[in-house]
Design a protein around this ligand. Structure first.
Ligand SMILES: CC(C)(COP(=O)(O)OP(=O)(O)OC[C@H]1O[C@@H](n2cnc3c(N)ncnc32)[C@H](O)[C@@H]1OP(=O)(O)O)[C@@H](O)C(=O)NCCC(=O)NCCS
Length: 321
């Protein structure tokens, strides 16, 4: 996480909003912002992978693949994952970016686990993270209050034990484009002085439409994965929900009948870091995780994209932190 904390109070000085409105409508109190020149999302991705390497004591040369789930790549090309791989010394890895917005990490986790399950690769790193402050209009109160910057990562390895990524459901629906997108800077509408003047290089979001979609689909896909794996609210150890809005998280947990003490939550401190929310939850809660814990991870995002992954946690977190 970057050091700079942007509080609701500071946002009150930037746009017509209040701490009370932001807290009651979203659950967010503060978010982190990556400041400084030449600081792309890779900076946070590199820090996350270096932390993981120090913790697991693996040699970066052993990494086979790095997937970076992000929509705020340092540049259109090359892939930010390539930049990270070189910076951390993962000289034998192939690496690429994955663009599924807020569902990027669950897409990456599923893809990475499939590489391991196929037997082709032994060490896959999945990073999720975004520098949302780079694409937010800090004169638009409907979007700038909900997002923040941050990144996290996981290492996937083979095992013969009954743990790991057990099941996954991924979904997408391109008709969601109209409700949540960034208009300019791509090949359809390349950057020009006109696109800059019209402020088209920022997140465009119809909040209410996205909210309706998110509440329905995140709850639906979570119930599907729970039912088909015969999980119950007793056997689920943790719900790990994408952190977009506390009200959406509450709706998902109540649909599953999961009590608040089993719901991972850090939206109050980080806001919505897009690709970063789920690995950052795992990082924040790692100490509490035990081998064999059943985690239901759920996400939704721009695209629309959504999905749920059932993970049986592979180690006692308190021994690693
Ligand atoms: C964005 C979101 C928090 C807005 O909350 P909401 O309850 O739906 O609020 P609305 O958009 O209906 O706006 C209600 C009013 O609050 C106002 N408002 C919006 N942002 C505001 C802010 N930051 N401060 C104060 N007022 C604000 C609106 O202008 C509107 O005023 P009006 O009634 O006078 O027109 C909510 O829609 C949401 O979380 N949507 C999902 C977003 C999401 O998950 N995106 C990420 C996808 S991964």
């Amino acid at each position: 996480m970057p050091d700079y904390i942007l509080t609701n109070k500071e946002l009150e000085t930037m746009v017509e909003t209040t701490d009370e409105w932001i807290t009651s409508r979203t659950g967010i109190k503060e978010r982190r912002i990556l400041k400084g020149e030449n600081q792309g999302v890779s900076v946070m991705g590199i820090a996350a992978v270096k932390d993981m390497l120090a913790k697991t004591k693996i040699d970066p040369k052993e990494i086979d693949c790095i997937i970076f789930a992000t929509i705020t790549a340092d540049m259109t090309f090359p892939a930010t994952a390539n930049i990270v791989a070189t910076a951390v010394g993962a000289v034998n890895a192939f690496s690429y970016d994955l663009g599924a917005a807020c569902s990027g990490f669950v897409y990456g986790l599923t893809t990475g686990a499939s590489f391991i399950q196929s037997g082709m690769y032994k060490k896959v790193v999945v990073i999720g993270g975004d520098k949302m402050s780079a694409i937010l209009d800090y004169t638009d109160r409907t979007t700038c209050v909900i997002f923040g910057d941050g990144a996290g990562c996981v290492l996937l390895e083979p095992t013969t034990e009954d743990v790991g990524v057990m099941d996954s459901i991924l979904k997408s629906d391109g008709s969601g484009e109209v409700h949540l997108h960034l208009k300019a800077g791509g090949s359809r509408l390349p950057a020009s002085s006109e696109t800059v003047d019209k402020r088209l290089h920022y997140v465009y979001q119809e909040g209410a439409a996205v909210y309706k979609f998110a509440v329905t689909n995140m709850a639906e896909v979570s119930s599907q994965i729970v039912e088909r794996n015969h999980l119950t609210n007793e056997t689920i150890s943790w719900l790990v929900p994408h952190q977009a809005n506390k009200r959406i998280i509450d709706a998902t947990s109540s649909r599953l009948g999961i009590s608040d003490d089993k719901v991972m939550m850090n939206i109050q401190r980080y806001g919505n870091t897009t690709g970063g929310t789920i690995p950052l939850l795992l990082w924040d809660y790692e100490k509490k995780l035990k081998k064999g814990d059943n985690l239901v991870i759920a996400a939704f995002g721009g695209g629309f994209t959504w999905g749920a992954v059932y993970v049986k946690w592979a180690y006692d977190g308190s021994k690693r932190v």
